[in-house]
Design a binder for this molecule. Structure first.
Ligand code: GRF
Length: 184
């Protein structure tokens, strides 16, 4: 199983889906927010947690620290699951094509924050979820899988629930593809 680090900032429902799937060896959870519920999830699964301080420490220095830890732990794959900080070229160069992100839109539409809210405001009939490789630009790398939800007749709360359910399914699908490619 691939040694994996999952980077989070909030609730961590995608982290939970990844842990529960048992497809990867999740050894480390990296978080920039010490209040994040994702930390409780990591604790419950006895996964090592690294909390980063982006207030006092630069992105680059944080990434240098994380990289040292990941090197020691022999981490092979990084999954971003609701991580709200930008990954810099430093880490991208250390993990070429081995950093994956999930974004709640049909990329290239609605890159960046509040993608679901912006799609709703624009009265979109469909919202998507995209899992993609990470490059130097936000929500921009090569797409691994994409899925669509028709939200025409859904209440706001149901939209979020439906999108999150699709996210959990698609992240696991993307992981399957990565594992298949690795074995080819
Ligand atoms: C998800 O909507 C993900 O697509 C976005 O941030 C959210 C994280 O949700 N990047 P959770 O913390 O995994 O529940």
């Amino acid at each position: 199983m691939l040694n994996t680090a999952v980077f989070v900032s909030g609730n961590g429902s995608n982290l939970q889906a990844i842990i529960d799937s048992n497809k990867l060896n999740v050894l480390l959870v990296v978080c920039n927010n010490k209040e994040a519920y994702a930390i409780e999830r990591a604790k419950a699964s006895n996964i090592e947690i690294l909390i980063l301080d982006y207030y006092n420490v630069s992105s680059l220095y944080n990434e240098i620290m994380v990289y040292e830890v990941m090197k020691e732990m022999k981490i092979e794959l990084i999954l971003l699951a609701g991580f709200l900080k930008k990954i810099t070229p430093y880490l991208i160069c250390k993990y070429p094509n081995r950093i994956i992100n999930i974004h709640p839109s049909l990329l290239p539409k609605y890159k960046g924050l509040n993608a679901i809210e912006r799609a709703i405001e624009n009265n979109e009939d469909e919202i998507g979820v995209t899992v993609h490789y990470v490059n130097e630009r936000i929500d921009d790398g090569e797409i691994i899988v994409q899925g669509v939800v028709n939200i025409k007749h859904l209440e706001q709360e149901d939209i979020y629930n439906t999108v999150h359910k699709l996210e959990h399914k698609l992240y696991l699908e993307a992981i399957d593809r990565i594992l298949e490619e690795k074995n080819e």
